[in-house]
Design a protein around this ligand. Structure first.
Ligand code: ADP
Ligand code: MG
Length: 401
């Protein structure tokens, strides 16, 4: 993976940086409810401002489908952005053309402006070269700091890299180096935890991982599908019976590649899906009754998985081991997360995790900060786990030998 970072920039005082960031912030009643994405963009913005560039921020918000609307204008996040940056941010209600050109004329070295929601223009999602050229006309160089949007080939995530000298921003570079450490060139042995609801949403992830990791730990609803494929009666559990042969294939491929697949041998079950149900019990996977659902992995199995992690140097984790939103079905996820966090703190494990629910589960367990790296990019992280080339990342390598 080749790309230039902000450390490779020439003298940029007064130059105009077009910087793609992720400002697709969770909002309620016009207020930002979680500003972690703003915080992620700060190092890049601060660095470029300190280098004296004039900074034009590009971002999308929601799915306006190529038309302007007042509810999804990025003008809403200017306040939160100013607070986070600690300086004034000019809002420009366009992304190209004369209005932007005039705004650039007003900005001084180190000033920051936010352009309008890029998805108001249909050319953004179509990666229209004409739109990209119009945006590029107001800039001197391009910085992509939005890894979370890098799985999309859009005008501001991919197209601009063809037109201007392109650089990875600080967050993008940190994400890429963490991902490279975890799966590109990891220290062995490598373990992968793949959990979550369904096998069908993570088939490509599983297929990619079996050839690359030493231990594949399968949990969550998808473990039920694997157990069923092995002839185990999983009762009323969430299970995709039609994927039995696919699971067999994955296990055969793992076998060939020397990858050990870990399925739970004991589980936590209940007849109703509710917090602390009276029907709750732990049992061996062969003892699940017809009316019961597997909702978490059992404590002995989790302890065995912890022992597996102790023999490993690298861990990638996507997907919770149980229905962690509903206690006590968070127990296995929390316990294994604590083990991984402790091993990371001791320095014996590089741990990388990602996925919307996985990140929520790690926060719930209180260990998100102890992992080596937690990716907040949902779709892009998953595509990377599938071994796909992300167009926004690939474009950063244009012109580099
Ligand atoms: P991520 O967003 O991290 O990629 P997923 O969306 O694939 O993760 O899966 C998360 C969901 O899987 C959670 O809502 C969780 O409740 C559910 N889940 C995990 N284990 C089970 C299970 N045994 N039965 C039903 N749902 C489960
Ligand atoms: Mg999810």
């Amino acid at each position: 993976m080749k790309f230039r970072t902000l450390d490779d920039l020439p003298e940029v005082t007064g130059k105009v940086a077009l910087v793609r960031v992720d400002l697709n912030l969770p909002m309620a009643d016009g207020a930002v409810t979680d500003s972690s994405r703003i915080r992620a963009a700060l190092p890049t913005i601060a660095d470029l401002a300190a280098k004296g560039a004039r900074v034009l921020l590009l971002a999308h918000f929601g799915r306006p489908r190529g038309a302007r609307n007042s509810e999804q204008s990025l003008s809403m996040v200017v306040g939160a952005l100013q607070t986070a940056i600690g300086r004034e941010v000019m809002f420009v209600p366009e992304i190209a053309g004369e209005v932007v050109r005039q705004a650039v004329g007003i900005l001084r070295a180190g000033d920051v402006a936010l352009l309008e929601n890029t998805r108001f223009w249909p050319g953004e999602e179509k990666n229209d070269p004409e739109l990209a050229r119009a945006i590029a006309a107001n800039g001197d160089f391009y910085v992509n700091d939005a890894f979370s949007a890098a799985h999309r080939a859009h005008a501001t995530t991919e197209g601009l890299a063809h037109l201007l000298p392109a650089y990875a921003g600080r967050s993008m570079a940190a994400e890429l180096s963490a991902l490279e450490k975890a799966l590109g060139d990891p220290e062995k042995p490598v373990a992968a935890v793949v959990g979550g609801a369904k096998v069908s949403t993570k088939l490509d992830v599983l297929k990619h991982l079996v050839a690359r990791v030493d231990h594949l730990i399968i949990g969550g609803g998808m473990a039920n599908t694997f157990l069923a494929a092995r002839g185990i009666d999983v009762g009323k559990s969430l299970c995709e019976h039609d994927l039995a042969s696919t699971c067999e294939e994955i296990m055969a491929e793992a076998d060939k590649a020397g990858c050990t697949v870990h399925l739970p041998y004991d589980v936590v079950v209940a007849t109703e899906f509710a917090a602390h149900p009276s029907s709750l019990r732990a049992c061996n996977v062969h003892e699940v009754a017809a009316a019961e659902m597997i909702l978490d992995i059992g404590a002995p199995a989790v302890e065995a998985l912890g022992d597996v992690l102790k023999t490993c140097r690298t861990l990638v984790w996507n997907g919770p081991l149980g229905a962690f939103e509903t206690p006590p079905f968070d127990a296995a996820t929390v316990a294994l997360a604590h083990t991984a966090a402790a091993l990371t703190r001791e320095g014996s494990l590089v741990s990388v995790a990602g996925g919307g629910d996985t990140v929520a589960a790690l926060h719930h367990a209180g260990v998100a900060d102890d992992f080596s790296y937690v990716s907040t990019a949902g779709g892009a992280f998953l595509e990377w786990m599938e071994g796909r080339e992300l167009p926004g990342v690939k474009a950063l390598a244009i012109g580099l030998a």
